[in-house]
Design a protein around this ligand. Sequence first.
Ligand SMILES: Nc1ncnc2c1ncn2[C@@H]1O[C@H](COP(=O)(O)OP(=O)(O)O)[C@@H](O)[C@H]1O
Ligand SMILES: [Mg+2]
Length: 252
Amino acid sequence: MALIRIQGVEVRYNSVKALDDISMDVDEGEIVAVLGPNGSGKTTLLKTIDGILKPVKGSVYIDSKNVLQMGRKEAAKLVSFVPQHINMVQGVKVIDFVVTGRKPHIDFAPTTRDIELVLKYLRYVDAEHLADRDIMELSGGEFQRILIARALVAEPRIILLDEPTANLDIKYQIAILNLIAKLSKEKKLTVVMSLHDLTQAYRYAEKAIFLNNGRVHAMGKIEEVMNEEVIEIVYGVKAKVMPNLRAVIPIT
Ligand SMILES: Nc1ncnc2c1ncn2[C@@H]1O[C@H](COP(=O)(O)OP(=O)(O)O)[C@@H](O)[C@H]1O
Ligand SMILES: [Mg+2]
């Protein structure tokens, strides 16, 4: 069975139906892009996979177990969510912030091994030199890498990222996406990430799901679903898909 199985999921915020009859399988080690315009349900889908949101219909299974029957700690060992926004307070050092990602494995206080893992993943995201800095005093790209390190210290099998390249300059966008690709390749990490940039999805994802008003409009191998008709219907924008360059250009 697939590592993640989403089956007939409906999610509501009171009267708003944010996801409607979503089904999707994700295999181990796959990189999946969640695409669609603002408000189409991308963040809601990621939070539902993580078990933060409870569907009114349908279920999410991870490694054949229903996430909601797993208990938060067990789920958190399997899945890490990298949110788009985070409430930050001043006076927190990077190292202390990253160690909070280790919480599902910590019984009482962090052990030497927990700290070693924090340093290992800070090194992995090229941020070891930032360990003693205040989290409020980082650039966008540095903070995004810290968020990823915090997600990785739990050593999850699945990482969910909500618009990991938003608000970064192109150099850092590429650095973050290359890091994600490296994680998937070297650690067999399964990645589900929402993206705004279709070219980035085309280049980095193996599979995509296009959401439109909370419903699946298209889903499948990236080469098959990244086409002009799908983009026009889902985003209401004419675009040129260039398979040779693996690029998507909106036509104004
Ligand atoms: N906390 C919330 N309360 C009520 N409605 C919400 C909430 N969060 C999201 N929604 C609504 O659910 C729909 C999907 O939102 P979201 O998953 O955030 O979309 P996306 O991430 O694709 O922009 C939107 O109509 C949005 O307004
Ligand atoms: Mg969102």
